[in-house]
Design a protein around this ligand. Sequence first.
Ligand code: SF4
Length: 401
Amino acid sequence: MSASADGRPGIAGETSESLGSWMAARGESPYRARQVAEAVWRRHARAAEDLHPLPAALRDAVAEAFVLDTLATTDVRLADGGRTEKALHALADGVLIESVLMHYPARPGQRERHTVCISSQAGCAVGCPFCATGELGFGRDLTTAEIVDQVRWAARRLAADGRRLTNVVFMGMGEPLLNLDRVLEAVSALADPDRFGLGARHITVSTSGVVPGIRRLTALGPQFTLAVSLHAARDPLRDVLVPLNRRWPVAEVLAAARDHAAATGRRISYEYTMIGGVNDTPADADALAAALRGDLAHVNLIPMNPVAHTPWRASSMAVIEAFAGRLRAVGIAVTIRRNRGQEIGAACGQLAAERIGEPPAPAIARRRDRLEAASAAALRGERSETGPDADLTPVGEPGAA
Ligand code: SF4
């Protein structure tokens, strides 16, 4: 189910069966559907002329019935000496979304990797205050084809240099488990050997803690790696950093994640954005260590990307190392991630926010004050009554400018 602004579905949201039925309804042989799939999934077709070897009339008919590429325009910026490519895609209705293609050179014992980080929604309703997408507010859910076309964009770009995409992570704009049906359809397309053909082990879906979504994934069995964006192991602080925590607190999120790991045998990845003086104290490290001790878990510590409208900055590397040390001391696997492409705003939502423009100065000032007060209260162990985000979210739908 993938409709564009003019009502035509995106072709990347079609299954082999639905394409086969479409051909059959026109009296065409089933191998024509396979030829279309070959063009879409192996050659990343985006226009009628890419649908060879179909006859011209059939190519035109396919292009009239389906949108071959739901990304109307893409603006790419390079950083890290070309190792990070940040894309701002405009969809048919003008909505803006972002994806990031990251290149990792080969290392001893590890082949080179090319990972694309994609969006599942335009904007996000969760409103984490350290995230530029959270500042944008919620635009709309993406269709299956709009999600998958971000991956095809990356694959097309790599193929031009004879390279292949190795990993897909759903960590761009949006909360994937709040658009779970479309995300599951996209994962099926990506993992299907007859379509994109990427092993499910190379796909990671993140959530900020939508417990019913995690439980639904657990019931479906192993699909992909699940990453939980935790950012705090204490409720008063997580209420501030991940407002969804008021609905599903830390203990519920961890219980669901633990059950998922037990049922699927897959290690859970926990993402933890390191914010200086806010969630990086020894007490926070110890709370996280106590929460995850003995679990099938891996923690990624990520220095916070600068977000213009918060009073916060990334923790220093010395503090991050000390935090990691306290986790490792109890046997928890930890990786310290390096931020990619800060100079081009590689954290999700930053390019779209830049395009939309600044919120009014008084709103920014009120938000900074509220965040400072809320995080200070959380450090004292107090839960604040209201969320910190009312001043800025929503500042407008992505693409509104
Ligand atoms: S961090 Fe993720 S869940 Fe939180 S506001 Fe940003 S996109 Fe949404």
